[in-house]
Design a protein around this ligand. Structure first.
Ligand code: AMP
Length: 306
C-alpha cells in the first residue's frame, strides 16, 4: 500500500538542557518520511524547500525510498526555519523562532504518480494547506490522519475546524487536546474532539504513553522508560509515521490493528529522542525496530493465573 505524506521540510535549531545545535535538517514532513520509510516504500512526499536546502539530503531521501517528485524547490527563496528551547523536564518547550519563508505561500502540488495513495498523513502545516492536499486527491484515500499544533489553533482555528471534518484520525498531545477541546479531562476532550470530525483520536502524553479513542473504546499504550532523552523534537511526527507506516504496510484499519500501530508509533518515537534531530532515525535498522517492539510488549504484558 502507498503512503502520501505532507509536512514541513525545514531547518531547525534546537536547545535542550544537554546541548545546542546550529541549523540542522528538520521539519515534520522530514521526520515522517524518514520514519515511515521503514514500513512502506515509496513514501510519497509533498512539501516545499528553498534553494538553501541541501540537495544531498534530497538524494539521501530518494535512496531511502522517499519519492520527492512532490517536493517543490524554490531556488530563490529560503526554507522554513524553526527554533525551539526545551525546559528541564523535556516535555515542554518554547518556540523561539518560526520563519515560514517558503511555507508562507505554499501551494501543494500532487504529482499524478501520487494519485491513488491509500493512506494520507497530513503532517503539521497550515490547516488550509492540509485541506488543499486532501481536496486535490482525485480519490479519497482509505485512511486520513492529521497532526497539528497549538500554533495553528491560535492563528487558523476556522481552517482547522474545516479540515478536521474530513479526517479519520487526529493525533495530538495532551496539552493540544486540552486547548482544542477546552476540557481538562482527556476523556471529555476526546468526546468534544470526535464531535469535530475525527472518528479516531490519539492523545499522546509524552513519557506517559498514549491513549487511542474510538467510539466508546479506549486503549492505553505505554512509553518506554528511557534512561536518557536528548532531544524530543520530531517525536510526535515520528510517532505518527510509525503508526501510519504500520497501517499502510498491513492495509488493515480495524481498531485492533490501530492498537498495534500505536505500539509501532511509540517504538519509533522512542528512537527519535535518543539523539539530536533525525540522526537516530537515519541509522536505525529493521532489527532495532523489532527488538524495541519486543521491549514494549515485555513492558506492558502480564499473565494473571486464573
Ligand atoms: P514535533 O516535535 O513533533 O512537534 O515536530 C517538530 C518539527 O515541527 C520541527 O522539525 C519543526 O521544523 C516543525 N515545525 C515547528 N513548527 C511548525 C509549524 N508551525 N509548521 C510546520 N512545521 C513546524
Amino acid at each position: 500500500m502507498s503512503l502520501l505524506v505532507v509536512g514541513s521540510v525545514a531547518f531547525d535549531a534546537i536547545e535542550t538542557p544537554f546541548g545546542k545545535t546550529d541549523k540542522i535538517i528538520g521539519g515534520a514532513g522530514t521526520y515522517i518520511a524518514y520514519a515511515s520509510s521503514f514500513f512502506v516504500q515509496p513514501v510519497n512526499l509533498v512539501s516545499v524547500v528553498g534553494g538553501d536546502f541541501p540537495k544531498e539530503t534530497i538524494a539521501e531521501m530518494n535512496r531511502r525510498g522517499i519519492n520527492t517528485e512532490g517536493l517543490q524547490i524554490k531556488e530563490n527563496e529560503k526554507s522554513f526555519f524553526w527554533s525551539g528551547k526545551y525546559h528541564m523536564d523535556l516535555n515542554t518547550r518554547d518556540t523561539l523562532v518560526t520563519e515560514l519563508n517558503v511555507l508562507e505561500n505554499f501551494d501543494p502540488i500532487i504529482p499524478d504518480s501520487y494519485q491513488g495513495s491509500d493512506f494520507l498523513m497530513l503532517g503539521n502545516l497550515a490547516p488550509a494547506v492540509q485541506h488543499t492536499v486532501l481536496k486535490r486527491m482525485k480519490q479519497r484515500p482509505k485512511f486520513v490522519a492529521l497532526d497539528t499544533m497549538n500554533f495553528w489553533m491560535d492563528i487558523a482555528w476556522n481552517d482547522l475546524m474545516e479540515v478536521l471534518k474530513e479526517v479519520d484520525l487526529l493525533v495530538l498531545n495532551d496539552e493540544e487536546a486540552r486547548q482544542l477541546s477546552k476540557e481538562h479531562s482527556l476523556v471529555k476532550a476526546y468526546k468534544k474532539i470526535s464531535a469535530m470530525g475525527p472518528k479516531y483520536v490519539i492523545i499522546k502524553k509524552g513519557e506517559h504513553g498514549a491513549l487511542l479513542f474510538h467510539q466508546d473504546q479506549v486503549f492505553s499504550a505505554p512509553a518506554l522508560p528511557l534512561e536518557e532523552v536528548f532531544d524530543p523534537t520530531g517525536a510526535g511526527d515520528t510517532f505518527a509515521a510509525g503508526l501510519m507506516g504500520y497501517l499502510a504496510s498491513t492495509n488493515d484499519i480495524s481498531f485492533d490493528n490501530l492498537k498495534r500501530a500505536v505500539y509501532f508509533g511509540s517504538a519509533m518515537a522512542s528512537f527519535c529522542v535518543e539523539k539530536f534531530g533525525t540522526e537516530r532515525l537515519r541509522e536505525l535498522t529493521q532489527t532495532d525496530i523489532q527488538e524495541r517492539i519486543a521491549q514494549f510488549l515485555e513492558l506492558s504484558t502480564v499473565k494473571i493465573p486464573s
